[in-house]
Design a protein. Structure first.
Length: 318
């Protein structure tokens, strides 16, 4: 990334935050693998903090966890980063999926790095996202047991775990039919609940996501702009202007996904039409994706979890 691009991305962020009446902003670094360009991340964050002291900036990082280094802990800790690290199931299944140059056991590297970060920081929050697929679904409970032992001093404190299934086309070996996947997620969260690991009490699919709101944007390393980070690489979704146009304001970049018309739906606020990428990944175009059945099912289950915690209601396996 050349210095001109670095400065133009910073100027775009600075200009839009400075003009806004809002006080709190979220900046997330994702990829690809963002830590391949960590020096740029460090410079950008330091420059934003130095010149926007009147604003509250919350930073997050989505990484595969392999390139987390001990020497960088202070930076992420001082800037109160939320770090999300992805696992593809148990050690066996993760290592089958994550085969890189000279790396055959990335699972152990990632677990070691997470431990090092948690043991040497006070303000960091780490989330482990576990991808659930048709291939690895039977191994997830083994993974939970492993994580509970390995991170017993951090779970429900500085470490949280959540699960979601992969958005892939229905001819992919990893594909799970949506409601089948929902039932698997329900079984996983019930297992977490029985093991005293925090579970969410609210389940949303997209809602007022960045594809449909007026306050979010994705910036590529080249300075291109688009409304949904999942669509990076598809030129059809890039905005006509980029960060080099000094007149571009985030609020004027049009949404690419409309809201659901059924506003009287009792689950409208949890969905608003769902995730357009879920339809796109099934080669149906970027459009409304209604999953009423799944949202309703999981929110009823989470309500029972809450009842159990508050009033001791006994819950059978869903």
């Amino acid at each position: 990334m050349i210095e001109e691009e670095n400065n133009s991305i910073y100027e775009f962020i600075y200009r839009n935050i400075k003009k806004s009446d809002a006080r709190i902003f979220n900046i997330e670094f994702t990829g690809g693998e963002p830590l391949l360009n960590k020096k740029y991340i460090f410079r950008l964050v330091n420059k934003i903090n130095r010149n926007l002291k009147e604003k509250i900036i919350k930073y997050s990082l989505v990484t595969n966890g392999i390139l987390l280094e001990k020497e960088d802990i202070k930076f992420f800790n001082d800037n109160k980063f939320n770090i999300q690290i992805t696992l593809d199931g148990s050690k066996k299944f993760h290592n089958q999926e994550r085969i890189g140059l000279n790396i055959t056991n990335s699972f152990d590297i990632i677990i070691k790095n997470i431990k090092e970060y948690l043991n040497n920081s006070e303000l960091l929050k780490i989330t482990i996202r576990v991808n659930v697929s048709n291939k690895n679904k039977e191994s997830i409970f083994e993974l939970i047991d492993f994580l509970k032992i390995e991170f017993k001093n951090f779970i429900n404190k500085s470490l949280s775990i959540y699960f979601d299934f992969l958005d892939v086309s229905n001819d992919d070996i990893n594909f799970l039919e949506y409601f089948e996947g929902t039932k698997i997620i329900a079984e996983i969260y019930y297992y977490l609940f029985k093991n005293n690991i925090n579970v969410p009490y609210d389940f949303n699919i997209a809602g007022n996501c960045m594809a449909r709101n007026s306050t979010s944007v994705t910036i590529t390393p080249e300075g291109k702009l688009l409304k949904c980070y999942s669509m990076v690489g598809d030129n059809n979704f890039y905005y006509e202007k980029d960060v080099y146009n000094n007149d571009v304001e985030i609020k004027n970049i049009p949404p690419i996904l409309k809201n659901c018309d059924i506003m009287h739906c009792p689950l409208y606020s949890k969905c608003m039409g769902g995730c357009g990428y879920k339809e796109y990944s099934n080669k149906n175009g970027f459009k409304i994706n209604c999953n009423y059945k799944s949202i309703n099912y999981l929110n009823k289950l989470y309500f029972l979890f809450e009842l159990s915690n508050e009033f001791g209601v006994y819950i059978e396996n869903p």
